[in-house]
Design a protein around this ligand. Structure first.
Ligand code: GDP
Ligand code: MG
Length: 320
């Protein structure tokens, strides 16, 4: 016998059926990241941390020409592409033909779902190479493209706990100022920034950073890339438990490749809202939400695979 009102239960089942259809419709879609930043800042390492496995080679080469490289990957049955831009932000003696480079960039514009501008947190200024990179990206893709961008600061562990918040604020401000030259201050100030350290689970403030990186990227990724991105990582996402004791552990170890993506309440709310927005799910009232949360898990398990895990995860967000 059900503990729920049968009308709520009917509504919840309809909601979950519609969720299943929407996820299935997008299962064969893919997503693409564009990585921008100087060689050695940790672009490849950050992709690996986010996706929980080695999808990009770390520290592989010194660029000698400006280039665009595409790498196809697969995770959880979802295809995705990483576009790397070696040389774009590097101080090269012989810079490639900017015009030709821009044309090649432009031909990729429709594909890119999420753009990362990566820089080290422990740098103090925006280098000329980074300025050139920001200029070229803006010219190739247009101001609106920054709407899908996230500024990622690596090597956060190089800062001590007291300098860390100021460094994050100052570095963000400087990069936004550079972006604003091409987009205006409105767009630039909306580009979020997040600090990570690929050699540690936490930033100097003691917080685990992976959930925040995931949340910021998901919040900004294009509508077409959002669901495949969610499904690719679905097995690793840990929703906050309703009442979980907060245990602060300081672990200074490299992020293991199987690292779960733990979300706090705020991050979970962002993920839920974005998912709702991109899937166009009917809003569920509070009473129905609880039913969705409790029957979504079993339904997802019955469906199985990536879609089943997606149903379980998303339903759980609505039952929170
Ligand atoms: N301490 C520390 N080292 C990092 C971090 N990210 C990357 N590295 C190291 O920096 C080097 C270059 O990293 P890589 O990901 O290849 O940079 P990329 O050229 O931008 O793709 C490697 O030796 C990484 O192990 C980080 O956040 N903290
Ligand atoms: Mg790399």
């Amino acid at each position: 016998m059900s503990v729920f009102n049968s009308n709520d239960e009917k509504q919840a089942i309809n909601w979950l059926e519609s969720l299943k259809e929407k996820l299935q419709a997008r299962q064969d879609k893919k997503f693409t990241f564009l990585l921008v930043g100087r060689t050695g800042v940790g672009k490849s390492s950050t992709v690996n941390s986010l996706m929980g496995k080695t999808v990009a080679v770390v520290g592989d080469y010194e660029p000698c020409t400006m280039d665009i490289k595409k790498y196809d990957n697969e995770l959880n049955g979802i295809n995705f592409t990483i576009i790397d831009t070696p040389g774009l932000c590097d101080d090269l003696e012989e810079v490639g033909n900017d015009y030709e480079y821009l044309e090649r960039m432009r031909s990729d514009v429709s594909q890119v779902d999420s753009m990362w501008f990566v820089s080290r947190l422990d740098e103090t200024r925006v280098t000329n190479d980074e300025k050139r990179g920001i200029k070229l990206i803006s010219e190739a893709f247009g101001a609106k493209f920054w709407g899908q961008a996230v500024i990622i600061f690596t090597f956060a562990g190089a800062k001590n706990a007291s300098d860390y918040p100021i460094a994050l604020e100052k570095r963000t401000e400087l990069i936004r100022k550079e972006i604003a030259k091409y987009t205006g201050i409105g767009i630039a100030n909306n580009v979020p920034s997040v600090a990570v350290d690929n050699n540690s689970e936490i930033t100097p403030d003691g917080e685990k950073w992976l959930g925040e990186l995931y949340t910021q990227i998901y919040a900004r990724i294009s509508a077409k890339g959002a669901v495949p991105f969610l499904l690719a990582n679905v097995e690793r996402i840990k929703r906050p438990e309703k009442e979980r004791e907060v245990i602060i552990e300081k672990i200074y170890e490299p992020v293991p490749t199987y690292a779960p993506i733990e979300l706090n309440q705020r991050q979970a709310a962002v993920v839920r809202n974005k998912t709702n927005e991109v899937l166009g799910l009917a809003s569920a009232g509070a009473s129905v939400g609880a039913v969705i949360g409790s029957i979504g898990g079993p339904l997802g398990a019955a469906v199985g695979g990536t879609i089943g895990a997606g149903i379980g995860l998303i339903a759980g967000f609505f039952g929170l």
